[in-house]
Design a protein around this ligand. Structure first.
Ligand code: DAT
Length: 176
């Protein structure tokens, strides 16, 4: 593989909806000044959403179109990418992959508060129980760049941000 062209790392924040990806990404973005790439928002903004999937109550994502748009953003590094999926991104994009985790009861409360009910709520809880996103990350990226972070409490939220900030600092020291 070609040598990296970037001076700052690209970070992927992934996990089941409701685990705290946006919350972590926002604080991390303020701390690091790295842009927060909210993939769902980018998909909307750049018209990468195809017709509506009635079963999952969300639109289909046009992945190829989205990847073409994101490629230019990723080249220079220093991005925080936030998405509840990771296998369709090119492996070369990311230096660190953080899989955010939340226990079932906490996740249930957060998703209910968001207005999720029925199948959508159950599917997301199952997704977390079966560690779907953790497995997806582990099968899509080298194990040494994938890190799991428990994010149930406010204390853990701050610890997680600190962990990623320190990881970025180490990356910079090792990649100058
Ligand atoms: P996601 O982006 O993964 O869908 P989110 O950042 O929107 O998740 O968080 C879902 C809700 O949970 C939101 O109301 C903020 C809250 N939350 C996130 N992390 C938390 C934490 N560590 N402790 C308490 N609440 C948290």
């Amino acid at each position: 593989m070609a040598a990296r062209q970037r001076n700052l790392p690209n970070i992927l924040i992934t996990g089941t909806p409701g685990v705290g990806k946006s919350t972590i990404s926002k604080i991390l973005s303020e701390r690091t000044k790295f842009p927060w790439r909210e993939v769902s928002k980018l998909a909307e903004e750049y018209n990468c959403l195809d017709e509506y999937d009635p079963e999952y109550q969300c639109p289909f994502l046009n992945e190829d179109k989205l990847l073409d748009i994101m490629e230019g953003m990723m080249v220079k590094g220093g991005n925080i990418v936030d998405y509840h999926g990771c296998e369709f991104f090119p492996e070369r994009w990311f230096d660190g992959v953080f899989v955010i985790r939340t226990n079932n009861t906490t996740l249930y409360d957060r998703l209910s508060a968001r207005g999720y009910t029925g199948k959508k709520l159950e599917d997301n809880i199952q997704c977390e129980i079966f560690e779907t996103l953790l497995e997806e990350a582990q099968s899509s990226y080298k194990p040494e760049i994938v890190q799991e972070l428990q994010n149930n409490t406010e204390d853990q939220l701050h610890t997680n941000v600190e962990t990623i900030v320190q990881w970025i600092e180490r990356w910079k020291e090792n990649n100058i």
